[in-house]
Structure formats: C-alpha cells, structure tokens
Design a protein around this ligand. Sequence first.
Ligand code: NAI
Ligand code: MG
Length: 496
Amino acid sequence: MSDESLLHQVKRTGVLPGLPDKHFIDGAWRPSAGGGMMESFDPGRASPHATFAAGDAEDTAIAVASARRAGEGAWKKVLPRERSRILSQAAGLIREHAERLAITEVLDSGKTISEARGDVAGAARCFDYYAGAADKNEGRSFPLGEDYASFSINEPVGVTAHIIPWNYPLSTTARSVAPALAAGCTAVVKPAEQTPMTALMLAELLHTAGLPNGVCNVVTGTGAAVGSPLTAHPDISHITFTGSTATGINVMQAAARNIASVTLELGGKSPNVVLADCDIELALDNVVGAIFENAGQICSAGSRLVIERAIHTKFIERLVQRARDLRMGHGLSESVNFGAINSAEHLAKISAYLDDARSRGLAIPTGGNPTLDPATGKGWFFEPTIVDNLAWDDPVVQEEIFGPVLAVQVVDDFDEAVAAANCTRYALVAGIFTRDLSKAHRFARDVDAGQVYVNEYFAGGIETPFGGNRKSGIGREKGLVAVASYCKTKSVTIRI
Ligand code: NAI
Ligand code: MG
C-alpha cells in the first residue's frame, strides 16, 4: 500500500493493522510471562487503538539475560566496522518504513504527523551519525618513556538499560540506543506504557539490519512492573533515563545499589529571553515554536518567556494572536499544527495548574482550558495558553507543567533577564533573542544550562551534546560525548 493510502486508511479506521503486541527479546516476539496485556490510547480520539504486552520482572530478567549473553558472545565478535555497517543499514530501514513509523507515533502519542515525520527522520539521522562513530572509538597512548608501552582501550560497559518517556518515543530511543550499540554494548529498552509501539518496531528493524539476537531487546509495561526491576537488575551496567525528576531520583538510587552509571535527562523550565533589540518577527516565530511544538510536552520547551518591559505589551499582543491561529486537532490531519495531550491523566495535571492560576487571579490573556478536537468533539487537548506578568516564585514559573503553557516574566534590563533565566531549580536549555553579540556571549557565559540557543530556539542536531544541570539531570546525550557514557576506559601498561 502506498504511504498516502495508508494514511487515508488509518485516518478512516483509527487503527493501524499489524502493530506489535509482544515484547521483542532475543531477536524474537515473545508474549509476557504472566500473559498480561495493556491498551495504548490514541490521545487525538481519547480511545484505545491497540493492545500490547504488560511485562513484569520475569520478562525483564529474561531480556537482561539475553542481552548479557549477546554482549559476551555474538556481539563481541562483530568487528567495529561491521557494527558501523549494521547501524547504517538500520538508518536506511528506518527511512524505508518512515511513514508507518510516523503514523504509529501519531496514534500512540497524539503529536502531529509532520512532527512525527521529523522525529522519524531524526531517528534515522542518529543511526547514521553513530554508524560513523562505531569504527572511530579510538584509545590514547600515554608518555611513560621509552621503556613502556601504555595505551587505553574504550571497552563497552556491558548491558545498558534505556527508560523512555512518552513525548518523543522513537527519537529518544534512537538517540540513546544508537551510541550504546556503536560502543559495543547491548540494550534493554523500556518504552513508556503510553507509547510502546515505535521502540518495538525499531528493535525489529535493527535486527533486520543485522544485529545478532539479544543485542537490542524491548520489554513493554509500566514503570513499576518493568522499569523498576530493570533499573535494579544487578547485570545492568549503565542506565539512560529520560523523564521526570522524581522518577530520575528513584532510578539513580536503584543504580547506586549496583554501582551502575546513569545518564539522566530530566525536567526543565527553560527560559527564552527576548531583548528589546531583537528581530521581533524571528523571536515571535521561535517563542511560539519553543512552547507550542508537541503541545509543549518537551523537556527542553521554552516554557518561560523572559521579556524586556520596553517591548512586553506589543509582543504579548502578537503572541496571543499567534497562539489563537494554531490549528488544533487529530495529528493525522495534515492541516493541523497543534496536537493532543498524551493522556487523560496528564491533561488533568495541566488543567489543575491553570485552575489554580485562575483562582490566584493571574493574567491569562489566552487559553487556560482543556478542550476537544473541533473536528470530532473528541480527544485530550489543551488550549495554547499564556500566563502573563508572573512573579518569579509563582508555581507557574517554578514548576514544570509540561504542556502548552507559556509563563511570562517581565524584566527591566539585561542583567535582570539573566537573573530571571537562572531562577528555577532546573537548568536544561536557555534561549536568547538579541542583535547584540556581546549580550549574547555574556548570556551564554552566565546562564546555567546544558545548552544555549542564540537567535534560534532548538538550534543544533545529533552532533551537539545535550543534557541538563541542576535538577534537569546528569550526563550528556548526543554528540560523540554520548559514546563515552557507554564505554569504560581500560589502560594497559607494558614494560618492554
Ligand atoms: P515518568 O518519569 O514517571 O516516566 C518516564 C518513564 O519512566 C516511563 O517509561 C515510565 O514507565 C518509567 N518509570 C516510571 N517509574 C519508574 C521507576 N520507578 N523505575 C524505572 N522506570 C520508571 O514520567 P510520567 O509519569 O510519564 O510524567 C510525569 C511528569 O514527568 C510529566 O508531567 C513531565 O513533567 C515529566 N516528564 C518529563 C519528560 C522529559 O522529557 N524530561 C518526559 C516525560 C515526562
Ligand atoms: Mg498511547
């Protein structure tokens, strides 16, 4: 079936036939040991679209054992250049199956098809990038003088666990699994229970590309039933977790008991600073994209607008108009550019923040309410929302709402903007819009964040390291630095 007719069919029926409903373990589909199943919901319709395996500690242990066997056996024998070839092949297969993956991602997560297509392309690009890294993981030599040969080897850490959230199911899986495999590790992936499908599909594609059995396993189910035993498993050497700060703390504690290393990509409340001297049109486009893309369900969303008083009133007027112009609806409609909230539970959480904001008398120039797909009267949606003129200690400024809610802080000058940018417990990303090169550099120097964007929010790619400071996390993904998280250095010194 052509991509176009597949999209039409799924739009009509609401389901995509042939989605996986078992774990992917040791290179094969495997039902849950306990026989349990769960439903995955289509947030755009607020109804289930598929079922999948509800795993438990037993499934998890089988997957870890399979990953360990593969890591100590077949995968170890595969030359780095062959790993490289397999990862390249995987990138090609992701592109070949791009539309099916994108449609699945829309059904599972509620995002728009154009965002999902972008995520799939990004996932393929991850595999291209780390394919290039697999055969360039060079060690060093150490100058002990002519009587010694001393060098280091970057060995794979072993079995790695990857705990994935529901906002970017495929791309988060790809960006952590690809460098782990490039380093020679094996993997057990636990996708979010809201969005399990594309990780399963990716694991199958990776094996089609030539991964030996057991190198990449996926166990589906809840955080309590699968995530928790996975992070506590004594054979896991490294855990990469993306999700809430609260769960990140649990993961780090579980890792401590086994002296496993962690990469934690946690929450954010990232500032987008707009100075009076900026290109206003450019800033408007970027402020809108930074908070309303993926309906604001992005760890690195620009969820705080820090704006100079001189341009505040006019800018907010234009921003309100831009927010109202967004076309909300089911992600499979190509005319839509603002999708659904991932779950009823999460929608209720966002709504509670806004109910509370209203009860405190805050200025909400647009949005503030849960709503439905205007085309069908169904689904979990939340209006694009702006909360204006906030005090720095307000919960709308301090807490990660993780939805389409922009918190506005008005400042008098550049120095106050920097202080406002740094005023939360999070420190993931920070954006600034200015024509003043020196202010841009001073901001980059003085803001606490893992990444700084000047005149383009979300600038960067798989090449640029990504991660958070403070309560936003520890360690870095993306870039070559990510490969190092999956390696342990061994130095060898020989008296000759
Ligand atoms: P969560 O952090 O609980 O879930 C993320 C992943 O961790 C899921 O796969 C989940 O099954 C798993 N998990 C849950 N408990 C676990 C445990 N004890 N051990 C191991 N794995 C476990 O996030 P949740 O409940 O889905 O969302 C809550 C809030 O987290 C959101 O409102 C948002 O603020 C934040 N969040 C941040 C994300 C980010 O990209 N940084 C992504 C998703 C959520
Ligand atoms: Mg779902």
